[in-house]
Design a binder for this molecule. Structure first.
Ligand code: PEP
Length: 249
């Protein structure tokens, strides 16, 4: 276990309702204190209510995406400045579902990360390989290429991001990377960050995501370069999410 304070982030994806969210947030907030940093990322329309529900707690909130643009004629998009207005601490960018279903390129993801940082919102940059890429032995090349675009675009600010390694084959499938598989990729991502940011890389948070559950979280979080998790399905049930946060604390 390393000494960096862990971070656990819930990615609610396109789930939730006003009533259900209130119960979920109540359940999470009521289980404090956690020995780690905790955040939830609800869909955009629920950000304001989430901010109210979590006011006065140390639980933070964020969004699941943002525009690369500051403002303008971009129907359906939400800017980082808007997220900042709603108190977002984080924004997930480059989630594999956005890369796959919305054709987001490495450069667009990098531009979104830059737009977020410009507004003081920390981007959680997702990288990860597909099953076919892993089986072809391309994992290292793929994740390094995805991260390189962000490092290049952010230049001296690259040390301010959070990185989430999310193997696509482990997201929502119930199939988790083994702690050793995850650690191996985290170690090479941290080496890449160290080459770009120097010792700053040793303070950066690298999260693992992909079917993290209460029963596998502790072992994943015990790895030398895993600093917490980005949690999808298991973040929708307060008891499971709380158990994962406790495993990180
Ligand atoms: C995610 O979508 O970021 C994720 C990790 O999902 P799950 O935990 O459901 O695999």
């Amino acid at each position: 276990m390393n000494t960096r304070r862990k971070l656990v982030v819930g990615n609610w994806k396109m789930h939730g309702s006003r009533k259900g969210n209130a119960e979920l947030l109540d359940g999470i907030a009521g289980a404090r204190p956690f020995g780690c940093d905790v955040a939830v990322c609800p869909p955009f329309p629920y950000l304001a209510e989430t901010a109210v529900a979590l006011a006065g707690t140390d639980i933070r909130w964020g969004a699941q995406d943002c525009s690369a643009h500051e403002q303008g004629a971009y129907t359906g998009e939400v800017s980082a400045g808007m997220l900042q207005e709603f108190g977002c601490r984080y924004v997930i960018v480059g989630h594999s579902e956005r890369r796959a279903y919305h054709g987001e390129s490495d450069q667009l993801v990098a531009d979104k990360a830059k737009a977020a940082l410009a507004r003081g919102v920390t981007p959680i940059v997702c990288v990860g390989e597909t099953l076919a890429q892993r089986e072809a032995g391309e994992t290292a090349d793929v994740v390094k290429r995805q991260l390189a675009a962000v490092i290049h675009t952010l230049a001296h600010c690259a040390g301010e991001i959070v990185v989430a390694y999310e193997p696509v084959w482990a997201i929502g499938t119930g199939r988790t990377a083994t702690p050793e598989q995850a650690q191996a990729v985290h170690a090479l991502l941290r080496a890449q960050l160290r080459a770009a940011t120097g010792s700053r890389a040793d303070e950066m948070k690298l999260l693992y995501g992909g079917s993290v559950k209460p029963d596998n979280a502790r072992e994943l979080f015990a790895q030398a370069d895993i600093d917490g998790g980005l949690i999808g399905g298991a973040s929708l049930k307060a008891a499971d999410f709380v158990a994962i946060c406790r495993a990180a604390g």
